[in-house]
Design a protein around this ligand. Sequence first.
Ligand SMILES: NC(=O)c1ccc[n+]([C@@H]2O[C@H](COP(=O)([O-])OP(=O)(O)OC[C@H]3O[C@@H](n4cnc5c(N)ncnc54)[C@H](O)[C@@H]3O)[C@@H](O)[C@H]2O)c1
Length: 378
Amino acid sequence: MSKPLNVGLIGCGFMGRTHSNAYRKVYNFFRTPLRPVLKAICDVNADKAKTFADTWGYESVETDWRKLLDRKDIELVDICVPNNMHKEIAIAAAKAGKMIICEKPLALNVAEGQEMVAAVEKAGVPNLVSFNYRRVPAVTLAKNLIDQGRLGRIFHYRAVFLQDWTISADLPQGGDALWRLDVKAAGSGVTGDLLAHCIDTAIWLNGPIKSVTAMTETFIKERKHTQTGKVEAVGIDDACAFLARFANGSLAVFESTRYARGHKALYTFEINGEKASIAWDLHDLHRLSYFDHRDDSLVRGWRSIHVTDGDMPYMNKWWVPGLQIGYEHSFVHQAADFLEAVAKGQTVGPTFRDALDTQKVCEAVLESARKGTWVDVA
Ligand SMILES: NC(=O)c1ccc[n+]([C@@H]2O[C@H](COP(=O)([O-])OP(=O)(O)OC[C@H]3O[C@@H](n4cnc5c(N)ncnc54)[C@H](O)[C@@H]3O)[C@@H](O)[C@H]2O)c1
C-alpha cells in the first residue's frame, strides 16, 4: 500500500499549476509507493493562493514561505517561485529537513548554486531540479538509444530554443509575469531561462561540456520597471548563441532568443553520430526522428517514431498504443520518478549537484560573451 507524503508548494503561477497537476495525477497512473497529499499552498498574493487552493484542492494556505517551512506536517517542499528566491528557500528547507523539488534554473549563479548543493548534501535530503524535458518520453527514448550505442561515436549536437514574446519595446520589466526581464529576479535572460533546458538535456544525452564561446545581445536596452515606475537599463540577455566542445570530442551549436518572430516555444535538438542521427521538436513532442545508416539503402531515410507503444518510456502507464500524451505529462513523470526513488532510498536526477553543472555552463557562456573569448567550464 502507498504511504501519504505531505506536499507544501510555494508559488502558484505557471509552474505551480504544472506541479500541482502532477501531484494530483501521479498516483492514479503510476501507483507510486508515496502518494502526494496537497497539504499547503504558499504565495505572497493571498487572493491568488486562496483561489489556487480551491482550484487544486490544497488543504491550507500560507502567505509566508518561512511559516510553511516551520510546519511539522510538511515533508516535501516544492519551489515554484522566481529564480532569485530559490537559494534562500532551498537552504532553509534543507535545514528544516524537508525533501525538495526546485524549479530551474537552480540559482541566479554558480556561487548560489554551490551553497544550495552544500545545504542539501549536508542535510541529506532528497532533492531534484525540474528540468522536465528529460521526461518527455521521446527525449527519454533518445537517451536510451544513445546509451545502447545505436548512434556510435557522436560528432555533432545542435539545439535551439526560440520565442518571440519580448520584441515590443513597450513591454515593461519586473514584477508579476515580467520578472524574467529583470536581471535581479532572473539572474540572466535566455541563457538561464531557456538555454539551461537545452544544456541540461545535452549533458544528460551527450556528457559534460568542456568549453564554450558565446555572443549575447540585449536588443532593447531600457524598459520601464513595473515596481519602481522608472525607465531602467535592461540587464538580461535577449538572445544568446554559443559554440561548445563536449568532453567526448563532439562539437555543439546552441541558440536561444526571445526575438524570433513567429516562434512561441520552439525547442529542438539534433544529434549526429557515426551510425545514426536523432532529432526532436517540442512542437511535435511525442515523435522522435531517427535516421540509421545501417538500413537497406532502398528504404533508408529519416523515420518519424510515434512514441506511444507500451515498451517506450513511461507509455505503459497511460492509454493504449497510438494515443499520445503531452507537455504536462513530463511533470507527472518527474513526480513519479522522484517518489519511487525516495521510497527506495535512491537518488534520481537531475539533483541539485547535476543542475549545478548546467549552471556552470550558463555562467561560462555569459563570461565568454562578456570577454569575447573561449572559456573553460569550471
Ligand atoms: N521547467 C520549466 O519548463 C519551467 C517553465 C517555466 C518556469 N520555470 C521556472 O519556475 C519558476 C517559476 O516560474 P513561473 O513561470 O511559474 O512564474 P510565475 O510568475 O508564473 O509564478 C511565480 C509565483 O510565485 C509567487 N511568488 C513570488 N515571490 C514569492 C514569495 N516570496 N513567496 C511566495 N510566492 C512568491 C508569485 O506571486 C507567483 O504566483 C522559475 O524559477 C522559472 O524559471 C520552469
